[in-house]
Design a protein around this ligand. Structure first.
Ligand code: PEP
Length: 285
């Protein structure tokens, strides 16, 4: 299996003329050659939609491609194989929304990372705030799951983000830093990791963090990464991203893409966000 990081060739050196703030983005070296500086846009379908609608959506996704944009689909686990088949031959990868921290065993209802890989997943989403809230997942468990996923050959996208109370108390940055410390396995290879900063109060609420708030948090995360030799890791923003706000969000320094929930369930909206990603990628290259 080709790891996602290998596929898109993370860790490229900055090019002359590229603003310093984009230096951590990767030049894409996919199967077709170098394509430029990439924006990653991931669709998190959560526990949606019914299979018939999912198939139609995947067909609509497959009809388009966006220069400079790497797309990832996180469908419900039972749909992985079918969505992988529908998207085969396109530049859109499929991934799991979660995995168990063990490779196998008596864990009714759970899915092992290796099973996701067997179903065509290249990456797994971990530590989403809905998993943290609905299933009591803490940072230590997220780190253990990440280790299991890496062992199974999957790359990981780890989510972090503060609640509204934490932001209002002025502790957003401290909360996110603590989540990074606890959730990102020590010594992880930068080419296997993506981060998603998702303020919990902005997920599914229609409230988007302001560009200054996003810029400040992404800069703090970037600093944290740089100290650990992980500066090339992309940091996606998530939280009510829509076609109408995507250009502004992708214009923020250190935003390497978007994790999209609600808007990914409408092909037109998701494609609108991907078009904004392509404009951002062109502006950065
Ligand atoms: C998400 O589920 O990760 C998310 C960002 O959702 P939404 O885009 O609906 O806010």
């Amino acid at each position: 299996m080709v790891a996602f990081g290998q596929w898109i060739g993370y860790g490229a050196t900055p090019r002359q003329g590229v603003p310093a703030r984009w230096c951590h983005y990767r030049q894409i070296r996919n199967r077709f050659g170098v394509r430029g500086i990439e924006v990653i846009i991931a669709a998190n379908w959560k526990m949606n939609p019914p299979l018939a609608d999912a198939a139609a959506l995947a067909v609509a996704y497959a009809a388009d491609s966006f220069d400079g944009v790497t797309r990832i689909l996180f469908p419900p686990a039972p749909y992985l194989v079918q969505m992988g088949v529908r998207l085969d031959g396109t530049d859109m990868l499929v991934g799991g929304q979660d995995c168990h921290h063990n490779a196998s065993g008596a864990h009714t209802g759970d899915v092992a990372a290796g099973m996701l890989a067997d179903c065509g997943a290249r990456v797994v989403l971990l530590g989403h705030s809905e998993r943290r809230a609905d299933h009591g997942e803490d940072d230590a468990l997220v780190a253990t799951k990440a280790a299991a996923a890496l062992s199974a050959g999957l790359d990981v996208m780890i989510c972090v983000g503060e609640t509204l109370d934490q932001r209002e108390a002025g502790s957003a940055e401290a909360v996110v830093t603590a989540q990074l410390e606890g959730s990102v396995p020590a010594g992880i290879d930068a080419s296997r990791l993506m981060l998603a900063y998702e303020p919990v109060w902005a997920i599914g609420t229609g409230k988007v963090a302001g560009v200054e708030e996003i810029a400040a948090m992404h800069a703090a995360i970037q600093q944290w990464l740089a100290k650990r030799d992980l500066a090339s890791v992309p940091i996606l923003y998530g939280g009510s991203v829509k076609p109408g706000n995507a250009d502004a969000i992708f214009g923020v320094p250190d935003v390497g893409g978007a994790l999209v929930g609600g808007a990914s369930l409408k092909a037109e909206d998701f494609n609108g966000i991907c078009s904004a990603g392509a404009r951002a990628a062109a502006a950065r290259s």
